[in-house]
Design a protein around this ligand. Structure first.
Ligand SMILES: *Cc1c(COP(=O)(O)O)cnc(C)c1O
Length: 391
């Protein structure tokens, strides 16, 4: 009994003071709680009337999550952001929150596989009309739109070829017709490009990647104007893809080093791309910071750095790529990207698994292709590792 009272007293102190008055933490504490206390009927009445900003339940909102969202909005130069339990939760919340049966969605044919499957296997089932458009059609974005088009979903740079779309051109064509634009900006991170400033309505990131940066949680985010983000609150609440407070604290910590990490990813990515381009065992390198990249001009125009994603073709095809894959040591064999640890993957065994030759060709992917997520290790160690694995 005494124990229960003591417990209640402790809670009361937190309610009265908000926090321990003698210890003001530098770092936002992790509010590891599913629910929040109310003192009386009046407080609940105020909550339901919308006249109080108290939290009630962590699926709706939580101070740790809100603090991380404010950091994300700030780094993306936006008014508001939502955090979700994965990139896919962000994507599904955006699409189900913004579209209804009969709306036409124009999607770039070259998008993240999960996004493509969600659109094809779920959204179409609910009566959304979907048109997939190849990259070359996105060069003339006005021609993509009809009177029925509600939303355009695109991605740049694109996995695994790092092809880039002209963000300002897509955004302005859509604005002129009152069409919403959503960009998956995961590969660039908020440090390397600012789609909102170029006229895009909503930015999505898999925060699993660069934003968190340490390959230890999954998270996703949607970023935009206060008004647009507000319309997505019910979708997050009801689809249930809220982020856990502990993971939100990890993302908030990641944001603190995002700028310095990206500087290193950009420098290492460029050095690796140049090294590979000069290597006799490599036939082609895909890196938007190299003049040999087909979208070099677009990348120069809209990106401040080119990131740590580097893809290349091994001259001897799949046999050579698999030999490289089995010999590499510093780069770890794993899916995912954007962390401090360098990672290597073979697109034909991951994102393009099961594709026919024609489908591979359409995606610009070859069987000898290797994708690197270059981390922040010392560049000499990375180059030496690539060199020994290619020799
Ligand atoms: C990883 C990724 C996603 C999906 O994010 P999850 O956090 O895995 O759900 C979406 N888009 C891109 C470009 C990604 O790399």
């Amino acid at each position: 009994m005494a124990k229960t009272t003591k417990h209640r007293d402790t809670e009361a102190i937190h309610r009265a003071e908000g926090a321990d008055p003698l210890a003001t933490p530098l770092v936002t504490p992790i509010y590891q709680t599913s629910t929040f206390l109310f003192d009386n009927t009046k407080q609940l009445e105020d909550y339901q009337a919308g006249t109080s900003n108290k939290d009630i339940y962590s699926r709706y909102g939580n101070p740790t999550i809100r603090a991380a969202e404010q950091k994300i909005a700030a780094v993306e130069g936006a008014e508001s952001a939502l955090l979700l339990s994965s990139g896919m939760a962000a994507i599904s919340t955006a699409l189900f929150g913004l579209l209804r049966a009969g709306d036409e969605l124009v999607a770039s044919a070259a998008i993240y596989g999960g996004t493509m499957h969600l659109i094809r296997d779920f959204l179409e089932k609910f009566g959304v009309v979907v048109r997939y458009e190849p990259l070359d059609r996105f060069q003339r974005p006005a021609a993509l739109l009809t009177d029925k088009t509600k939303l355009v979903w695109f991605e740049t740079p694109i996995n695994p070829t790092l092809r880039c779309l002209d963000i300002a051109a897509v955004a302005s064509a859509c604005r002129a017709r009152g069409v919403l634009t959503v960009i998956d900006s995961t590969f660039a991170s908020p440090i390397n490009q600012s789609p909102l400033a170029l006229g895009v309505d909503l930015v999505m990131h898999s925060a699993t990647k660069y934003l968190n940066g340490h390959s230890d949680i999954t998270a996703g985010t949607l970023i935009g104007s206060e008004a647009l983000i507000k319309t997505l609150h019910p979708a997050r609440k009801l689809l249930g893809g809220m982020l856990d407070p502990h993971a939100a604290a990890m993302v908030a910590r990641g944001i603190k080093t995002l700028g310095v990490r990206m500087e290193r990813h950009n420098a290492n990515g460029m050095a690796v791309a140049k090294f590979l381009e000069a290597h006799p065992a490599v036939s082609r390198v895909f890196y938007p910071g190299l003049p040999s990249h087909p979208d070099y001009a677009i990348a120069q125009k809209q990106m401040r750095g080119f990131g740590g994603m580097v893809t290349f073709d091994v001259k001897s095809g799949y046999a050579g790529a698999s030999r490289f894959f089995d010999r590499i040591e510093v780069f770890k064999r794993a899916a995912s990207l954007g962390g401090v640890d360098s990672i290597v993957s073979l697109p034909v065994l991951t994102s393009q698994w099961g594709y026919s030759d024609d489908e591979l060709k359409a995606a610009g992917v070859t069987r000898g292709m290797v994708r690197l997520s270059v981390g922040i290790e010392h560049i000499d160690d990375l180059i030496a590792d690539l060199d020994q694995a290619l020799s």
